[in-house]
Ligand binder design. Sequence first.
Ligand SMILES: NC(=O)c1ccc[n+]([C@@H]2O[C@H](COP(=O)([O-])OP(=O)(O)OC[C@H]3O[C@@H](n4cnc5c(N)ncnc54)[C@H](O)[C@@H]3O)[C@@H](O)[C@H]2O)c1
Length: 310
Amino acid sequence: MTQLGSDTIQRIGVVGAGTIGASWAAYFITRGLDVVVFDPQSTVRLGLADRIAAMAAQLPALPGVTIGNVLVADRLDQLADVDFVQENGPEREDLKIELYQQLESIIRPEVMVASSSSGLLIGRLQSHCRNPERFLIGHPFNPPHLMPLVEVVSGAATGAGQAAAAIEFYAAVGKRPIHLKKEVPGHIANRLQAAVLREAVHLVLEGVASVGDIDAAMVYGPGMRWAGMGPALTFHLAGGAGGIAAFIDHLGGPVQSWWDDLGRPDLTPEAIAALIDGVEAAYGQLAINDLQDQRDRFLRQIATMARPAQ
Ligand SMILES: NC(=O)c1ccc[n+]([C@@H]2O[C@H](COP(=O)([O-])OP(=O)(O)OC[C@H]3O[C@@H](n4cnc5c(N)ncnc54)[C@H](O)[C@@H]3O)[C@@H](O)[C@H]2O)c1
């Protein structure tokens, strides 16, 4: 099977137009690509083109690039002539397995299908496909029109060269793809987030601080550095001239003792109630829409800043 390269991909099929699909569509049109966006729910399709245009308008115009066209589709077979599919259906293995079988009968054989799945294993999703080699994960971060990261993961049956082609495509449209060498539930970024959330819940349950103060500890502390440096580079710089080796030499013992003390709470009813109550106390007076607008303004500002070592 010959796969399409980034220079031949012009028309994107966006399947599922909820939170993630609509945002992906907005991003793709700002890169001059045309989008056919399918969603089975008429309520989701209503006003969809306007919502996509409004998100696209949040991004700075690229010199010489004309915004692409959006076709809102009410049938999957309207994706017959797309060059690449970004799949954003609900996070359900059975639904995606069935959807991929339908897609296979519609799209051309050389067209790649990337799933936005937050943590399902592509090896299972592609397991019922006739041509499983074209399927992989292309996991974005919410909202994809503002967040650069895309995690690319192959399954056992994904064709050689597909991950490289997907990485080339995402990079060519301005994303920051990374490659996972093997499948793990939740990929990388969600696992890192889940580890931090678990410890935050543990600290709340232990009565160490309020949800608001734990969030502030992140936002005004490590979060500021993590916008520009990952955990390894952060601690490389914490070691002074000796770098990460000096850091481990100096503080490796304490870090090990903190690891040993980290909590392992489960999402019990008690933990869920404590988290919801804490969030309500910290942010309950603010409307979700206003918080989303604040988030998006903040993300757009960060996007303009250069990262230290990237
Ligand atoms: N929400 C996030 O923060 C986030 C981040 C990254 C990735 N994702 C992943 O993106 C995918 C979509 O998540 P979401 O948050 O946009 O969900 P969502 O519920 O907002 O959207 C899902 C959409 O899929 C549509 N749909 C239902 N059945 C379908 C079918 N058979 N074929 C095509 N579309 C169908 C629904 O009508 C809905 O509009 C999931 O796999 C999720 O794990 C979510």
